[in-house]
Design a protein around this ligand. Structure first.
Ligand code: RB5
Length: 148
C-alpha cells in the first residue's frame, strides 16, 4: 500500500504522528507538505493528494487540517474520491467497510494525536465489505460518470 499524506498549518502535529505510525506499520508514504512556516490554504494540499489517489498513483490518502472539514470538502471535489472526515474509531472502521473511503480526513483542533493514531490504524487495516455496499458506492460512481 502507498499512502499520500498532507496537512495545512493546522494539522502539522497529527501529520507527524501519522507518519510515525506509517513507519511503524512499514507502509510506504509520501509527505506532500505543508512546510507550514506561515499559514497556508488547505485546498492547495487536499487537491493534489486527492488527484494522486484518484489517478491510482497512491492507494490511499490522509489529510489533516484544523477541523478536517476544509480538507474533506476539497478532496471530495475530485472525481473518484470518497473522503471521510472521521473523529472516532467506530466511523473509521465503518467508512472503510461501507463506503470504501479512499481518503481519511481529521482535524487537529478536534482530536488529539493518540485518537488520530488509533483512527488511522483502524482505517488503514479495514477492508471494504462489498456486497450491498458495492451497489451503493456504485451509485455514486455512476453519478460521477454521468454528471461530473
Ligand atoms: C485554518 O485556520 C483552518 O481554517 C483550516 O485548518 C481548516 O480547519 C479548514 O477547514
Amino acid at each position: 500500500m502507498k499512502v499520500a499524506i498532507a496537512s495545512d498549518h493546522g494539522g502539522i502535529n497529527i501529520r507527524e504522528e501519522i507518519k510515525s505510525l506509517l513507519e511503524e506499520l512499514n507502509i510506504e508514504y509520501v509527505d506532500f507538505g505543508c512546510e507550514c512556516k506561515t499559514s497556508v490554504d488547505y485546498p492547495d494540499y487536499a487537491l493534489p493528494v486527492a488527484e494522486k489517489v484518484a489517478n491510482g498513483e497512491f492507494d490511499k490518502g490522509i489529510l489533516i487540517c484544523g477541523t478536517g472539514i476544509g480538507m474533506s470538502i476539497a478532496a471530495n471535489k475530485v472525481k473518484g474520491i470518497r473522503c471521510a472526515l472521521v473523529h472516532d474509531t467506530f466511523s473509521a472502521k465503518a467508512t472503510r467497510e461501507h463506503n470504501d473511503s479512499n481518503i481519511l480526513a481529521m482535524g487537529e483542533r478536534v482530536i488529539g494525536p493518540g485518537l488520530a493514531r488509533d483512527i488511522a490504524k483502524i482505517w488503514l487495516s479495514t477492508d471494504f465489505e462489498g456486497g450491498r455496499h458495492e451497489n451503493r458506492v456504485g451509485k455514486i460512481t455512476k453519478y460521477e460518470a454521468e454528471h461530473i
